[in-house]
Ligand binder design. Structure first.
Ligand SMILES: Cc1cc2nc3c(=O)[nH]c(=O)nc-3n(C[C@H](O)[C@H](O)[C@H](O)COP(=O)(O)OP(=O)(O)OC[C@H]3O[C@@H](n4cnc5c(N)ncnc54)[C@H](O)[C@@H]3O)c2cc1C
Length: 386
């Protein structure tokens, strides 16, 4: 058995690296593990860019958390002396009664967030890259923007290392145990013990928490980069805010300005589901053609040469809210990470929340919506630790 730590972390992607960073800043002795070498392209935290936005259409409950997340990203940016967040403004575009537009508007109004409502012609006059349909409107929020996920994970890990964290890359955790005297994890190399365990394994959470049979669904998502075929300057960060679209009732798409690799566009959801080890990361020519129909409809000048694509994984809960809680059977095990495709922007604040929960602090957010909210399976109810 290797040396004893205060906290072991399984999974050092967005959430786990943030937890490591926030715990180490408080003097907690952390040892973290990842099955790959983060930042890597096998999980949920790659693909160059992630949207951060405050006018949260999904639920206003996220607004106080995302405001704190902005502060913490900026703090990390200063500490790591590297750019992590670029504010470009953001457009949520759809019909006025769509979940996207009405929800973003409700959050903005409830929290007094700076925003504007733009009609269809205002959108394309101010931002000529976009071609909304005649009955579409937009909520524009000036503070929305882009996080650079690989740089964020890298910065969290290097700051954690600088504060003394032990980071074990390419060392998958095979199993873990928890009991009254602490926790332990087993890898191919050794066993490790600590007072507490944090499971932030993203798409692999279901496997590590199999005893609970959590109803998590892993969904493959693909992002695509295209060269603009004309009007390249319309897609620069100065002229092209991050953008989300809701159309044909339930479909969502989103995109980013061209930061040098092309215009990034993707659909939200509607991906194939499976396990993280079985879902292909390859992208087919049919998929590239498929996204062009969205581009031609809403961003016609971006319909140029295909540059690249990346497959990535969502880990969805049934209600698409996060799962952040103590393990229902082991109070010394914390679970955080299945984030249903919208969690990256919160990684900074989720790390702080995990550090609070670990060190006896009280997070200043309403976390009730994120608790374990599905019945425990009989096998889990009758099992004992150790
Ligand atoms: C295409 C796409 C676009 C997205 N867009 C946005 C967006 O615009 N804005 C936004 O806020 N969010 C977005 N998200 C969601 C966001 O990226 C995720 O919620 C977030 O990255 C999840 O972080 P995580 O730490 O849970 O997972 P990950 O970063 O994948 O980390 C989990 C880690 O656990 C490790 N691991 C797993 N099992 C083991 C084991 N047994 N032992 C050791 N290590 C293990 C994995 O290797 C991995 O590194 C998007 C997601 C995708 C896929």
């Amino acid at each position: 058995m290797a040396s004893h730590h205060d906290v072991l972390i399984v999974g050092l992607g967005a959430m786990g690296s943030s937890a490591a960073y926030h715990l180490c800043r408080r003097g907690v002795r952390v040892c973290g593990f990842d099955r790959f070498s983060p930042p890597h392209a096998q999980g949920s935290s790659h693909g160059q860019t992630r949207i951060i936005r405050e006018a949260y259409f999904e639920d206003p409950i996220y607004v106080p958390m995302v405001r704190r997340a902005y502060e913490l990203w900026r703090e990390l940016e200063r500490e790591a002396a590297t750019p992590l967040l670029l504010e470009t403004g953001g457009l949520m575009i759809g019909r006025p009664d769509s979940q996207l537009v009405s929800g973003a508007r409700a959050s903005a109004e409830q929290y007094g967030l700076e925003h504007e409502i733009l009609g269809c012609s205002d959108i394309s006059r101010r931002f000529p890259a976009f071609r909304p349909e005649h009955d579409m409107v937009a909520v524009y929020e000036p503070r929305a923007g882009i996080l650079f996920p690989e740089a964020c994970v890298q910065a969290q890990l290097s700051r954690a290392r600088a504060c003394g964290a032990q980071i074990h890359s390419d060392e998958p955790v095979l199993r873990w145990q928890a009991g009254a005297n602490g926790v332990s994890v087993k890898t191919e190399r050794a066993s490790y013990s600590a007072d507490l365990l944090i499971v932030t394994a993203g798409a692999w959470a279901r496997q590590l928490l199999a005893e609970l049979e959590p109803p998590l669904v892993v969904e493959r998502q693909v992002a695509f980069w295209f060269d603009p075929r004309s009007s390249r300057d319309h897609f620069s960060a100065a002229n092209c805010p991050v953008h989300l679209w809701q159309f044909d009732d339930g479909r969502f798409a989103y995109g980013f300005p061209d930061l040098g690799s092309g215009v990034k566009v993707a659909c939200h959801q509607q991906g194939i589901t499976g396990t993280p080890d079985s879902l292909t990361r390859d992208v087919s020519a049919e998929e590239v053609e498929g996204i062009r129909s969205v581009i031609r409809r809403f961003l016609p000048d971006a319909d140029g040469e295909f540059r690249s694509a990346a497959a990535c994984l969502y880990t969805n809960t049934p209600d698409e809210h996060f799962w952040i809680d103590r393990h229902p059977l082991h109070a010394n095990v914390l679970i955080a990470s299945p984030c249903s495709g919208h969690g990256f922007k919160f990684a900074s604040v989720i790390g702080e929340i995990l550090a609070d929960l670990t060190t006896g602090g009280h997070p200043s957010f309403d976390l009730s919506v994120f608790r374990t909210r599905w019945p425990l399976q009989p096998a889990a109810r009758s099992s004992n630790s150790d």
